[in-house]
Ligand binder design. Structure first.
Ligand code: ADP
Ligand code: MG
Length: 299
């Protein structure tokens, strides 16, 4: 009885004297988890530990109650991973790349051929399978990497910033593909982009400076902001003054002024404001500020 469980207990990680992860506890069952945090939060560290690519400094990770470090090959056989920094073999064709990866994973040739054919169709690369990877667009490369991670039909699928460098349309294509994978797999999607996971994650894990600060459904994470997000129509010249009351989330010009969406500092609703439903974007903004306010420069 019971489906697969990936469990993380009191895991921490230091790189030299720098602590990148602390007191990380988590129990994961099938479904899509969005591991969300700004650059430097520790997402790749978590992913690499879950993928068995690096050892935690303390704590343990188990898959179905067995330590992944001790499972070795057995764990790798249920694991699919797209690391953030992945080598691609640009001179291979898409088909050759998948064949090569299948060989590395020890998948018998005949089975691999059949599986590659199906995966190429799934990631919509059938027609481009004969082209060199070097000629692929960013979106095509990411879809090929996803196909690679699916070769062994993994139970645990780790995707570290799979949408990095993609334009908005390609992001959506990839997100929809990923959304269709998550029902039976334990799928973790690490990203610093809220919209990547907002609509597809059964749970969002908010990571801040190496700590899991919140976890829950999007609705649960948004709850504390109830009543703090408002929309106001203001004359353009009043925009500046409105910024004192909160953070401006977005604004657009409309007839008669500017429609501003504001995350209020407090709970006093300004005159003329309409209370709006908070979104995950605002939860992120509340925790981390804007990109400009954070350390680092993105990417
Ligand atoms: P994210 O994926 O959320 O951007 P990372 O897990 O890559 O975060 O990094 C978390 C922190 O750990 C960052 O401050 C980063 O500079 C640091 N870090 C990551 N890998 C190493 C490493 N191999 N050696 C030293 N510091 C590292
Ligand atoms: Mg990362």
């Amino acid at each position: 009885m019971g489906g697969p469980v990936l469990k993380v207990e009191a895991v921490g990680k230091c790189y030299g004297t720098f602590r990148a992860l602390e007191g990380f506890d988590l129990e994961l069952t099938p479904g899509i988890y969005g591991l969300l945090g700004p650059n430097g939060a520790g997402k790749s560290t978590v992913m690499n530990i879950l993928g068995g690519l690096i050892e935690p400094s303390e704590g343990r990770v188990t898959f179905n109650r067995r330590e992944i470090g001790k499972m070795g090959k057995e764990y790798r056989s249920v694991l699919g991973i797209v690391p953030q920094q992945q080598r691609m073999y640009e001179f291979f064709t898409g088909f050759e790349f998948l064949s090569y990866m299948a060989a590395l994973k020890g998948i018998p040739k005949v089975a691999a051929r059949e599986r590659i054919g199906r995966l190429l169709a799934q990631v919509e690369l059938t027609e481009d399978a004969g082209k060199k990877v070097g000629s692929y667009s960013g979106g095509m490369k990411q879809r090929l990497l996803l196909a690679q991670a699916l070769l062994n039909d993994p139970t645990v699928l780790l995707l570290d910033e799979p949408t990095a460098g993609l334009d908005p349309r390609q992001r959506i294509v990839l997100r929809n593909l990923i959304a269709g994978l998550g029902l039976e797999k334990i799928l973790i999607f690490a990203t610093h982009v809220v919209s990547d996971v907002e609509s597809i994650a059964k749970e969002v894990l908010l990571l801040k400076k190496g700590r899991l600060i919140r976890r829950g459904t999007v609705t649960e994470l948004c709850e504390p902001l109830e009543g703090r997000v408002v929309e106001i129509l203001v004359p353009a010249e009043e925009l500046e003054a409105r910024m004192q009351q909160g953070r401006i989330v977005s604004f657009r010009q409309v007839k008669g002024g500017v429609k501003v969406r504001v995350l209020l500092h407090g709970t006093d609703i300004p005159e003329g404001a309409l209370v709006a439903e908070p979104t995950l974007e605002e939860v992120f903004l509340d925790q981390f500020g804007t990109e400009d306010e954070r350390d680092g420069n993105g990417g």
